[in-house]
Design a binder for this molecule. Structure first.
Ligand code: SF4
Length: 351
């Protein structure tokens, strides 16, 4: 589903340095600047688990949050700050804006997208839905506001199984989009009647079952943790399959001392913080170094660097946010809110 242009972008991104290339002095300077600007702007930093660990640490230190997409949306909605700085990818900024239309939502770059979002354009998806009018439309959070507006339900990986089971109980047949691997997993776990859109995540799709088996041979005591956006052969090797929050919780609560982790390695920051005595090993991807397509590191999440967060906040000094503010057309936002609200209401009663 990814075009050649997007693949070239990913490779190009990986060839460029990230925030970690800053000197310690520069890092400190950026952090101090961001802290001061957050206060001045009445802003809060909301970061995803896959962003640079330095950004995650700063979000925590300044009273923001580090979370999965569902918790990011809830936190932003409930926090009193006037401005939400969303360090993540575009659909997360859009979701924040839909949930909190009265707040200013900005992102370090609006170019940070997601291969699942790119691979599910509204025109094609809407035509697909029109061909199956008898089916309930369930979309993953990793979609545009327009795709959400076309859906009956939005789900995240932490609540997908529960919501699909609920819809099955109501006798519903489903359209699922966009992640084919997560859809396949949910279908196998629940037995639901689901038509799957064929999108995928460029990070999770790269994990290799053979590489994990080889690692297990070296570390037979290690527990294998897998995010369900990974291919079926990888999921079948997992001891725990779960969302980012569920995988972090597994590291914290399980008795094992070593974990092989198949998800973006940005999550190691939070895992290591929750369980500093545990050893974490990233699951192998296809290729190494220059031949690695994602290296378990989402190229779009990595656009949220200290520099881009600081530049975003500085851009707001003139009272405008230049190209960093997220807008969702109001009529579209109202329609997208319906399936989002169904998810929020459902999870509020089940969690
Ligand atoms: S890790 Fe995958 S699913 Fe998450 S934002 Fe990146 S491309 Fe999208």
């Amino acid at each position: 589903m990814l075009s050649e242009i997007d693949r070239v972008f990913v490779q190009d991104h990986l060839a460029h340095p990230r925030t970690s290339e800053l000197s310690e002095v520069e890092r400190q300077q950026y952090c101090e600047t961001i802290k001061q600007l957050l206060k001045e702007k009445n802003a809060v930093l909301v970061a995803h688990y896959y962003t640079d660990p330095i950004v995650q640490a700063l979000a925590e230190e300044t009273g923001g949050c580090v979370a999965d997409s569902l918790e990011m949306a809830r936190f932003g909605r409930d926090h009193p700050a006037r401005v939400l700085v969303v360090a993540g990818v575009r659909f997360m900024g859009e979701t924040a804006k839909i949930l909190t239309p009265d707040k200013t939502v900005v992102m370090p770059t609006l170019e940070a997208t997601c291969s699942l979002d790119i691979g599910c354009p509204i025109s094609e998806f809407s035509a697909f839905c029109d061909q199956h009018p008898d089916r309930t439309v369930v979309v993953y959070a990793n979609t545009s506001a327009a795709v959400k507006a076309r859906a009956d339900w939005v789900v995240t990986s932490s609540c997908a199984l529960n919501i699909v089971e609920h819809l099955m109980d109501e006798g519903k047949k489903l359209i699922w989009a966009p992640d084919k691997h997560l859809g396949d997993y949910v279908q196998r776990e629940t037995g639901a009647d689901m038509l799957l859109w064929q999108g995928s995540c460029i990070v999770h799709e790269e994990f290799k079952a053979r590489g994990i088996q080889d690692l297990k041979a070296v570390y037979p005591d290690a527990l294998v943790l897998v995010h369900p956006e990974s291919p079926r052969a990888v999921i079948e090797l997992a001891d725990v399959v779960g969302s980012t929050s569920q995988l972090i919780n597994a590291v914290k609560t399980r008795g094992e001392k070593r974990f092989i982790v198949a998800t973006d390695q940005g999550i190691f920051y939070k895992m290591q913080k929750m369980a500093p005595d545990k050893a974490l090993i990233i699951a192998p991807t296809a290729g190494e170094g220059a031949t690695c397509r994602s290296c378990a590191n989402c190229p779009w999440m990595a656009m949220n660097a200290l520099q881009t967060v600081a530049e975003t906040l500085k851009a707001g000094e003139a009272g405008e946010w230049l190209g960093n503010e997220v807008f969702v057309e109001s009529e579209l936002a109202v329609r997208a809110m319906l399936p989002l609200q169904r998810m929020l209401d459902f999870t509020a009663t089940t969690s």
